[in-house]
Every structure is written in C-alpha cells, then in structure tokens.
Design a protein around this ligand. Structure first.
Ligand code: SF4
Length: 391
C-alpha cells in the first residue's frame, strides 16, 4: 500500500474514510442500523465494483489528502470475503495517500465462519478489529438475538488477538434484569480479556425495532433511570481501576489506544462516507459539505451503476450548523472542545454566562482558558447541555 507520514494540517481532526457494508446474517431485535438480511447470496463482486466507483467519485472531491483512518462498518462487514475487503482497500490506496500510522478497522461478529476470515482481512491490510461480543452471558446473547454463544466469542477474541495488532470489542449493559453485581463481574471478565480498547453501550430502546414494540407492550423491562445511572457509574469506576478510562461517553481505552476513526468524527474532522446509507462531512473550499447516500442496498447499487455515486444529499452546512455539530461531537470526548475553534466554525463567541451557569450546576468544566468539557454528570444529560450551549 502507498503510505506516508503526513498530516491534514488544514483539517483539524484528520481525514477518514467510512465504508458501510449493509448486510447481516439476522436482524437483532434492538438494532436500528441500516442493516438488511438477504436470503440469497449477495453478489459481492458487483457490490465491490460499485464501492470502487463511489470511492472514485469522492476522490475527485478530496484527492491528494492523507488518510488517517479507514473504517469498514455495517451491518456486518465480516460477511465480506477477504477478496472484497482487499478490493476496497486497494481502491482507497489508489486514490489517496495513507498515513504511515493509518488505522484500518473492520467490525466483525464473532461467529466461527467469520473468524476464519481474519487472516485474509489482515493480509488485505486491516490492522484493527472491533468485535460485536455484546454479552458474556449466553442467556443474554439469546435475548439480544445474537447468533453466537459465549464460547464462540471467547475463541474469536483469542483469534483476533493473535491476528491483528489492535483489537476492541463491544458490550451492551443495562440489559433486562441485570444487577450491578452481575454487570461488575461480567465487566471484570471482559477487562481481563480486552486488549486496549472496549466499547460499552447501555441498551437503548430504538423506535421501529421489535424491542420497542415489546417494551411498550410491557413485555420487556430494562433498568430504570436510577439503575441505569448506577450501572453507568459502576462502569466508569471499574474501567478506571483497570487503567481503561472513558475517553468518550461509551468508549474506553488505554492512553494512545483510542479508536482513531471515531476521533475523526468527534474531533469534527473530515470523512468520506461510501456505501448504502453512509454519511460524510467534507471541507471543500470554504464549505463544509454534508453528504449521505441512498440507504436501500440494491437501490444504492443501481444508482452507483447509473450515476457513479449513490448520493442523495450534498449540502453546504451553515456556520451555525457547523458550530452545533462541533459541540455535539466534541463534548462527547473527555478532552472536550476548543472554544476558539467553535468561534471560527460558528462565527460567534460562546456565551460566557451560559458556560458559567452550566459550571455552577456541575454540568461542564473548564480545562484551561480555551477548552471546555462535559463533567461526568453532564455526560448523562449531554443533549441538554449541548442544546443549552448552542442556543
Ligand atoms: S449484527 Fe449489528 S448491525 Fe447487524 S442487526 Fe445485529 S446489531 Fe444490527
């Protein structure tokens, strides 16, 4: 691969490329992602060709930039054959220059079939894998509709550790009937298996999902707000004690092992979004463009084959929108936001009285004269904090 040590000095936050593989073996009942189940084999060569075309389209807008991160997300990208991944990464390498520290991540599910492909992904250039483990309890894996069991997940973690320089896995907590004691034991076990990064999400009930229907019919009980807060606090205490504190609301890492791709989002960098339902943010000239593509996989495929891209949105963001997005993203990070950058993006200074008011309520903290972050309490009501600062 064509690599160099370089920087996107004009783009604070760096530059990443996201590819969305929209297929899954089954739909999990809590999931509202753009993921689809197909009962016939997916024509991967045809999809790969469409990804190549859409990448070429975005390269025309962003050619010459240095790529800090590539992320293959989904859906379930580990349903891709290694050959498909290789084609996509080769296309990226042809159009852009890869930083010599480039992070190339792939989301994988821990089924045995997918784990067998790990060596092929590594040979294609993937250097970080993010495993959707979700639980270390068989009962809860069934409840979450996952196709793997704990034993298979443990084997996949081991195989991933042996294959990739970097590994993360996801767990979902605040599950039905989960007690703090049970979560603490599970989290300690996860930390003993983890490399240097963990994503720990609390279960949320998303509209349009089977869990939403069950929840509103009273057939699914999840921990109430107080218990949710207790589980969140416990998560922070246990991960901190293990040297893996949160660097973002739901993401934990040893210092230096933060997911570079997600940092591009949260530091409000630039990213190309390719594939069905992918979103992008691109600085082109004086504009910051918001792009998105057709969500339905086969409709996207046909659009790309006809037009060279599946974009359905390509609009310049106003200064105010950019300021709001920077707040929304940056305040998720423990490192917080740069008030001078906020001013440059939004074209206005942040109201000092509002900051002082939120500080007096324990919601935000000043790091220094120009940096601000949400407090731990502020993290739990982040949307309200952002709305307050942005108003
Ligand atoms: S595997 Fe992931 S993307 Fe696919 S349905 Fe389950 S949660 Fe959603």
């Amino acid at each position: 691969m064509n690599q160099t040590s370089g920087h996107n000095s004009a783009i604070p936050g760096g530059f990443g490329i996201y590819l969305h593989w929209p297929f899954c073996a089954a739909k999990c009942p809590y999931c509202d992602f753009n993921s689809h189940v197909r009962h016939q084999p997916v024509d991967q060569a045809r999809f790969a060709a469409a990804f190549e075309r859409e990448l070429a389209h975005f390269a025309e807008l962003t050619g010459g930039r240095v790529v800090n991160s590539v992320f293959l997300g989904g859906g379930t990208p580990s349903l891709m054959e290694p050959r498909t991944v290789e084609r996509l990464l080769n296309a990226i390498s042809r159009h852009w220059t890869l930083d010599d520290q480039v992070e190339i991540s792939l989301e994988a599910n821990p089924s045995s079939v997918e784990a067998e492909r790990f060596r092929g992904y590594r040979a294609a250039g993937v250097n970080r894998v993010s495993l959707g483990v979700q639980s270390l309890q068989d009962r809860d894996l069934k409840l979450l509709g996952r196709l793997h069991d704990v034993e298979t997940a443990l084997r996949a973690i081991e195989m991933a550790r042996d294959t990739f320089p970097r590994l993360s896995f996801d767990l979902i907590y605040a599950r039905p009937d989960q007690t703090p004691e049970a979560w603490e034991a599970e989290l300690n076990r996860a930390l003993s298996l983890a490399a240097d990064h963990l994503s720990l999400y609390s279960l949320t009930i998303e509209e349009g999902t089977p869990f939403h229907t069950l929840y509103h019919a009273g057939k699914l009980k999840i921990p109430d707000q107080d218990m949710g807060a207790e589980l969140y606090e416990l998560t922070q205490a246990v991960t901190e004690a293990h040297g893996m504190p949160a660097y973002e609301v739901s993401n934990h890492a040893r210092p230096g092992a933060e997911c570079r791709h997600n940092l591009v989002y949260w530091r409000y960098g630039d990213y190309v979004g390719v594939g069905p339902g992918a979103h992008g943010r691109l600085t082109v000239g004086v504009n910051k463009l918001a792009t998105s593509t057709e969500r339905h996989p086969e409709t996207w495929l046909e659009a790309v084959e006809t037009n060279g891209h599946g974009m359905i949105e390509n609009v310049g963001l106003t200064c105010e929108e950019q300021g709001d997005e920077y707040l929304l993203m940056g305040l998720r990070l423990v490192e917080g936001i740069d008030l001078e950058r906020y001013e440059k993006l939004s074209g206005r200074e942040m109201d000092e009285n509002k900051i002082d008011d939120l500080i007096s309520h324990g919601m935000v903290e000043r790091i220094d004269a120009t940096h601000l972050r949400a407090s731990r309490e502020g993290f739990s009501v982040l949307d309200a904090v952002v709305a307050d600062l942005a108003s």
